[in-house]
Write a protein of this length. Structure first.
Length: 80
């Protein structure tokens, strides 16, 4: 499933709420960029590789915390 920038932002925001995590911590841990969510909200687009890295971080974190992740999303460029 391909997702839009807005859908990625919504997934990140749901993840933050689910885990009570600050956006800056998320940005640092997921992409080594504390302002990641702020720049996405302001219209920045990111590469597919970076989007995949962020989604993978959220899925891994959910598994490690025993949480219930969103349905898994493959951005694109991954073998089925």
């Amino acid at each position: 499933m391909l997702i839009t920038d807005q859908q990625l932002i919504a997934k990140i925001e749901a993840f933050l709420q689910r885990h009570g995590m600050a956006p800056t911590r998320f940005g640092r841990e997921a992409a080594k960029e504390a302002s990641l969510l702020t720049t996405l909200r302001n219209g920045r687009s990111i590469s597919l590789a970076r989007a995949n890295k962020i989604v993978s971080y959220m899925e891994r974190y959910d598994r490690e915390q025993g949480g219930s992740p969103d349905s898994e999303t493959k951005i694109i460029g991954e073998a089925a």
